[in-house]
Write a protein that binds this ligand. Sequence first.
Ligand SMILES: [Zn+2]
Length: 137
Amino acid sequence: METPVSALHSIADYRTAYEEGVRLRGVRSACGFVTATWGLVCPKCGQRDLVEADLDGRGKICAFSVQNVPSDEFLNDAPYAYVVVDLEGGGRITGWIDGVAREGDLAIGSPVEWVSSYKPGVHFRVRAGATSGSGAP
Ligand SMILES: [Zn+2]
């Protein structure tokens, strides 16, 4: 059974699902487009066929920046990295990785996984045994 996006409880519910450590939620279209960004219309094909989907918590970093001056929510976690992750199975999502103080501590392409956490936002960590972006399997 698939839940039409139009039947979702609310955007707030959608956004807090991952913050409660339940699951990563996104939407997908029959055309194959997947995104973590809530919406009503598929930006790829224009259809209003988006259905709710659980996203894979594993992916690779496609962009990041180290944050030394955090927002209030992350005062106790700075420095950290703000990351953009391409998820396995599709979808791109923004999140953060703690304990990152320098640009050299992370690399584009590093495999990461979502951490179920009480902390705000989508919390990722570098997958064990994978600290470089060399792409070697
Ligand atoms: Zn589509």
